[in-house]
Design a protein around this ligand. Structure first.
Ligand code: ADP
Ligand code: ZN
Length: 800
């Protein structure tokens, strides 16, 4: 007992009593100690690392009140419910309270009833709050999402500038804690300046989230892949991020038709609907959320088991933040990105369209755009690299990785290390011959000796490097070039043309001083293997710990939790996390002491729910400590905490879908094509999509010509105008009518919306006629749909 009275013991006591945990996570203790020592503190930790406990525990130990400044109402509500559930007196003050509620809360606050008060930054300036603050004993001010104070960040909130003004008005300066997940140097420095932190302790904790699996896939049929995943993870909560509102609508609708309880969120919905949908998600009424990146800040749902990016985000910062919303409870969770070249082009387009920011000069704007383009490129490399994905992310944030994590789609693929030095030398020669004036598509086209009008018109077909690597897979060549950029042999210009240039290191390759190796995917494997490994992977979760009886108990406990959650109007995960339920299945607690020994069960939660769960578990187990788990190798019960760290290190092979996994699955709807042919088709359409040149307007023939120019005749049938026109008619973009014996085409409203338009022309002999044009958006839409869902002409009759 003696020891417990020391500060050290007290921390642990509170951690167990209120939060039900026995160990601090990396970094938490140091931040807590710093605050307790009266030292201003800046904690930079990734989402889900457990920032809140870092100020909540000191708040309980310091005399007086802690104010927590937080930007979002939903975030405050969630935090305060969690604290109240844990038995800590807390309240929030923001615009969601009625005048009466606010008065009441202020009154209680003045009486010292709350240890922790969450407050919106706007409130700090109000007279009433100032009055209160001048009389209260405020020992600590904590700033959550502190990056909102920085004008460099994307989430700048002018009201955050109130914070330091407010602190200046207090008689006694409280200790200040600031917390964020944003790591860049500029933002970090801004936080220290703008919040006027005094000689702060700065802790940047490891950005690694070991429980997250990272994967990149390139599905031909994105929706098909998504549906399969979501249906295969039934009962689990997940977020699907799309780039556009339109995609959100469409994906959500299609998932619903497939029987998935999905809801949606984007800035185009009304406030009320957004709130309702968000609540449906949080309360697990609709466990699947389809959303744009407008969704998520302040969402503290701990049991999100997967985050799928239906489109590639514009930079790694956004990706990691969004993906990081998976697995906040520390349980194994998956973050999967569906890549398509199209996404890159959309981002480039959006960057060019960015509304002019008046606050920036022309030079500054150029600089910002340049930074954006570099970030986008690094995001793209993430999708191409064959190295460890986790390592890639960690290195991006300035951390050293181990080179192999065993829990990402690259580490789990058996790549072959192939010597590519000769090819790399050809790339260098080619770039040199092209006088460093072109981007990757042209260089690859030249090396492959492609018969493209563009290459002819640039006069590149006569170069000695033309056709030097004829027949080499395009993706492979592109991957190599990307890797050479990452390794510093080449660089890409920072403007929007992205020309490839040689660096000084390139010469080392030509001189034979350096070798270039690349991880390549091995030749295709037996298709059947793909499915069984998929299955295997899926089992790397709770079912890895619990046996079938255990899983049954787990499901029952979840039902129980949901029932209580509904009664109390609380999100289920605030009652108990999945991890806590899993631990109950392992430990089978039959009395108070045993229940308190379960991770996540603190004193207060025990008092509220402990008995209900014990009763239930007694009934289920017949009052005996049954074994509902798979024993560890040492014969011991598995530890839920250590599981999250070690659980993923199994070597299983995952198929990403430019392997033949999902392509073979596609073959169900495309007759008897072989995996190899499907793969070839897939590559073909990727290639076409990535090489199209979209003009302001063009005719269908011109568009089709361009596609056919890129086509490899051995894989793909010629695309015909008629095939596309028939589709457009069938889908109601164009109508055909006969008038004066002349067949004419009329553009419907739908067609106009797509970007079709007619121009009147007069022929040489004086006859008027219509020309049907397609604007850029329409061209893109046709190419995408043709290659994606229509999948028309791809080897339709070529057989095998
Ligand atoms: P952040 O604010 O950093 O995104 P949170 O503070 O919301 O993360 O914590 C994420 C999850 O981790 C919560 O469910 C929290 O209860 C849990 N957690 C925090 N600290 C610990 C710990 N020491 N041991 C186990 N779980 C913890
Ligand atoms: Zn890895």
């Amino acid at each position: 007992m003696e020891q417990l009275s020391t500060k050290y013991g007290k921390k642990y006591e509170l951690l167990k009593q209120y939060f039900g945990y026995t160990e601090f996570r990396e970094g938490q203790e140091m931040l807590i100690d710093s605050l307790l020592n009266g030292q201003d503190t800046l904690g930079i930790m990734p989402t889900g690392a457990g920032k809140s406990i870092c100020y909540q525990i000191p708040a309980l130990m310091l005399p007086g009140i802690t104010l927590v400044v937080s930007p979002l109402i939903s975030l405050m509500k969630d935090q305060v419910s969690s604290l109240n559930q844990a038995g800590i007196h807390a309240a929030y003050l923001n615009s969601s309270l009625t005048v009466n509620q606010y008065r009441m809360a202020m009154q209680y606050a003045a009486q010292g009833r709350y240890k922790i008060i969450y407050v919106a930054p706007e409130r700090l300036e109000t007279e009433e709050f100032r009055m209160f603050a001048s009389q209260a004993q405020i020992s600590m001010v904590c700033v959550d999402e502190a990056h909102c104070v920085s004008q460099w960040g994307q989430d700048f909130r002018p009201s955050y500038l109130n914070i330091s003004r407010f602190v200046d008005t207090l008689h006694v300066r409280p200790v200040i804690g600031a917390f964020t997940a944003t790591a860049t140097k500029e933002v970090r420095d801004d936080i220290i300046c703008m919040l006027k932190l005094w000689n702060p302790t700065v802790l940047v904790s490891g950005f690694d989230r070991k429980n997250l699996f990272f994967g990149v896939q390139t599905p031909k049929n994105k929706f098909g892949a998504l549906q399969e995943y979501v249906v295969g993870h039934e009962d689990q909560s997940g977020i699907i991020y799309c780039l556009t509102r339109k995609d959100v609508e469409e994906v959500c609708e299609r998932l619903r038709s497939a029987g998935v309880a999905a809801t949606r969120y984007h800035a185009g919905l009304g406030d009320r609907e957004r709130q309702e949908n968000q609540d449906d998600f949080i309360y697990d009424r609709s466990p699947v959320m389809v959303a744009t990146n407008a969704f998520g800040m302040g969402i503290d749902k701990s049991n999100v088991r997967y985050v799928i990016h239906y489109n590639m985000p514009k930079n790694i910062e956004s990706y990691y933040q969004e993906a990081g919303r998976a697995g906040r409870d520390g349980e194994p969770s998956e973050c999967i990105l569906y890549y398509s070249g199209q996404d890159v082009r959309i981002h480039e387009f959006m960057m060019d369209q960015e509304p002019e920011n008046e606050a920036l000069s022309w030079d500054e704007r150029e600089l910002v755009q340049e930074q954006d383009r570099i970030r986008l490129r690094k995001m793209t490399y993430y999708c191409f690299t064959n190295d460890c994905l986790r390592d890639y992310i960690l290195r991006y944030f300035g951390e050293e990785g181990s080179g192999y994590c065993g829990n990402c789609s690259n580490c789990l693929t058996d790549y072959e290390e192939v010597d590519m030095t000769d090819i790399a030398a050809d790339v260098i020669t080619c770039i040199r011959e092209c006088r460093q004036r072109y981007g990757i598509n042209v260089i690859v086209g030249v090396l492959r000796g492609e018969n493209r009008a563009k290459l002819r018109s640039y006069g590149l077909t006569g170069l000695s490097s033309f056709g030097l690597r004829r027949g080499m897979e395009e993706t492979k060549l592109k991957n190599l070039i990307n890797q050479m950029v990452m390794d510093g042999f080449l660089l890409v210009t920072r403007d929007k043309y992205m020309l490839l240039k040689l660096t000084g290191n390139a010469k080392e390759i030509l001189d034979g001083n350096l070798k270039v190796t690349m991880k390549c995917k091995p030749r295709q494997e037996e298709p059947a293997a793909a499915d069984s490994t998929q299955q295997k992977r899926r089992k790397q979760r709770i079912s890895d710990i619990l046996n079938s009886k255990g899983l049954e108990l787990f499901d029952k406990l979840r039902e129980k939790r949901l029932e209580i959650a509904r009664q109390e109007g609380m999100p289920p995960y605030i009652i108990f996390s999945d991890k806590t339920l899993t631990d109950m299945c392992v430990k089978v607690p039959l009395n108070r002491e045993e229940m308190l020994n379960v991770t996540g069960v603190g004193q207060n939660k025990y008092e509220r729910y402990g008995e209900k769960f014990i009763e239930f578990i007694r009934e289920f187990s017949g009052g005996v400590h049954q074994v509902y788990y798979f024993e560890e190798e040492n014969g011991k019960a598995p530890s839920v905490e250590s599981y999250q760290k070690g659980g993923s290190a199994k070597t299983v092979r995952v198929e990403t879908e430019n392997d033949n996994g999902s392509l073979v699955r596609n073959s169900q709807d495309s007759g008897k094509k072989s995996g190899r042919r499907l793969k070839a088709e897939f590559m073909m359409s990727e290639r076409i999509a990535s090489q199209m040149y979209y003009s302001e307007k063009c005719t269908l023939s011109e568009l089709v010509q361009q596609m056919n120019d890129q086509r490899d005749a051995s894989v793909m049938k010629q695309i015909k105008n008629k095939t596309i026109m028939d589709r457009l008619i069938r889908e109601g973009y164009v109508q055909e009518t006969v008038c004066d014996d002349i067949q004419r085409k009329i553009i419907t409203e739908k067609g106009t919306a797509l970007g079709l338009f007619i121009e009147k022309k007069v022929s040489r002999d004086g006859n008027a006629y219509d020309v049907l044009y397609y604007n850029e958006a329409a061209q893109r839409a046709i190419v995408d749909r043709l290659l994606d869902e229509w999948r028309l002409p791809l080897s339709e009759n070529t057989g095998d």
